[in-house]
Design a binder for this molecule. Structure first.
Ligand SMILES: Cc1ncc(COP(=O)(O)O)c(C=O)c1O
Length: 385
């Protein structure tokens, strides 16, 4: 049996996605900017994809800009906003637990003399709204907060953050990295008062190298690249047609089936969580313990064990998990997320992330749990010798 529990790192493209991409590569290979019918046909398909994604998010078609993924969307949102608001202020706020594609952009701006604030999080990985309130001032031009954390699944109070911005009379632009919440939670960026929102194709059974940025209508954003006028000049360059059509297909599945998917992922995660808590001793669940968490992520620390060793033992049984996030787990440094949450070195070292998709099954979870139990016992025996 195989159990792929690393869906926060990436997901397997669905059959619908592969079909759409194959058609783009074999039939619809025209350049959407071409005036002849081969171009016009592709332009129409891109329009359909934009519509599918806009519908899944509950926003207007013209508010969707296709990018090369979550990383580019985050960069375009942050750098594009600070460039557009250069004269309005120099204070920018984010959190300590963002993905590197946000954190490293903020770090680069620190070097350019922006005043950067990194909000703390509590043991569950949540920000403190009071700290945010204290930091907001007339100089604040940008606030970037992730919706769901990719390592622990904690959900930030996005709606309350918007209310706080209003109460403080703040004009700050509100960017949300929704790479881990799109397709995992039903939400509407416009209703939540979000100005800019990043998503990525490969986390939702779509292709890699494609993503999108929701840009609220009439919002000013300076492009970070210049070229032809594609994607209303915000993201020039000949379109990644297979990626865009693949993402459209993935968005369409989300729109149709998100409730079923959420309930399936929730059931699988809870089954593994309860199983681990009742059958394996000396563990802690990292992240939110109540319902303020995404349905697809379970992060557990196994005391006395190195997460990386456990990962490779599980791999022998065709069970795939992760330690930190995929992007940072190859580096030897500790997870900045678990550190910010105040976990001890031992807790961080023993942390493993299980992340689910609607494609996983109960049988896979039960298989995973039985192997997990065996390996944890074995490893602890070895450590005691
Ligand atoms: C929260 C979050 N933001 C951004 C990204 C980057 O997305 P992409 O891989 O499409 O560049 C990831 C991917 O790991 C992520 O989990």
């Amino acid at each position: 049996m195989e159990a792929y529990f690393d869906n926060s790192a990436t997901t397997k493209p669905s059959d619908e996605v592969v079909k759409a991409m194959l058609e783009a590569l074999t039939i619809y290979y025209g350049n959407p900017s071409s005036l002849h019918r081969k171009g016009v046909a592709v332009e129409k398909l891109i329009k359909t994809s934009r519509k599918q994604l806009a519908k899944a998010l509950g926003v207007k078609d013209e508010e969707i800009i296709f990018t090369s993924g979550g990383t580019e969307s985050n960069n375009a949102a942050i750098l594009g906003t600070v460039a557009a608001k250069k004269r309005k202020g120099n204070k920018i706020i984010t959190t300590r637990i963002e993905h590197p594609s946000v954190l490293n952009v903020f770090k680069s701006l620190e070097a350019k003399e922006y005043e950067v604030v990194y909000l703390d999080v509590n043991r569950e990985g949540k920000i403190d709204l009071n700290q945010l309130e204290q930091e907001l001032d007339a100089q604040t031009i940008l606030l970037s907060i992730m919706h769901v954390n990719n390592e622990v699944g904690t959900l930030q109070p996005i709606g309350e953050v918007r209310k706080m911005l209003e109460r403080s009379n703040s004009k700050a632009i509100f960017h949300v990295d929704a790479v881990q919440s799109f397709g995992k939670l039903r939400f509407n960026p416009a209703k939540l008062g979000i100005d800019l929102l990043s998503i990525s194709g490969h986390k939702v059974h779509g292709p890699k190298g494609i993503g999108a940025l929701y840009v609220k209508k009439d919002l000013q954003l300076t492009p970070i690249a210049y070229g032809g006028g594609q994607e209303i000049g915000i993201r020039p360059g000949t379109e990644n047609v297979p990626g865009i059509l693949g993402l459209g297909a993935a968005a369409s599945t989300i729109e149709e089936k998100i409730e079923v998917h959420i309930s399936k992922m929730d059931t699988l995660r809870n089954r593994l969580k309860e199983g681990i808590l009742s059958e394996i001793q000396d563990v802690i669940i990292n992240g939110s313990i109540n319902n303020e968490s995404a349905p697809h992520i379970l992060n557990v620390s196994f005391f006395g064990i190195r997460g990386e060793v456990l990962l490779h033992m599980l791999e022998q049984d065709n069970i795939y998990v992760s330690t930190g996030s995929a992007c940072s787990s190859k580096k030897s440094s500790q997870s900045h997320v678990l550190k910010a949450m105040g976990l001890t070195d031992q807790e961080i070292e023993g942390a493993v992330r299980f992340s689910f998709s609607y494609e996983n099954t109960i049988e896979e979870v039960d298989y995973g749990l039985s192997r997990l139990k065996k390996h944890v016992q074995e490893l602890r025996k070895i450590m005691k010798r």
